[in-house]
Ligand binder design. Structure first.
Ligand SMILES: [Zn+2]
Length: 101
């Protein structure tokens, strides 16, 4: 019973996270700071309910939480890795490129 409730709670949390990140993406060119606040909120929910933010939604800087925006990041490709530099705080993220067949 309790376990089931917890599962439901987590599913709800995941939905809220998804929604918040969608909202963040939608307004990131109009209000970058509000967009960032949505990300922070999504992270708070993720931590509280111990759920992971899905990889495809992690389109933000994990240091300053500003969402990635083409004019606020620098993207380089080096040794089959994409290197994303956040121009807001200077944090660097390296993403391996998957081989396409
Ligand atoms: Zn940053």
């Amino acid at each position: 019973m309790l376990r089931r409730e917890k599962k439901l709670e987590r599913e709800l949390a995941e939905l809220r996270i998804k929604k918040l990140i969608e909202m963040s993406e939608k307004i990131k060119f109009e209000d970058y700071d509000l967009s960032r606040r949505y990300i922070i909120l999504a992270r708070k929910i993720a931590m509280k309910y111990r759920v992971k933010i899905p990889k495809e939604l992690r389109n933000f800087c994990k240091k300053c939480f500003y969402p990635y925006r083409h004019d606020r990041i620098r993207v380089r490709i080096k040794k089959s890795r994409v290197i994303i530099t956040c121009l807001n705080c200077g944090n660097v993220k390296r993403v391996p490129i998957r081989n396409r067949r």
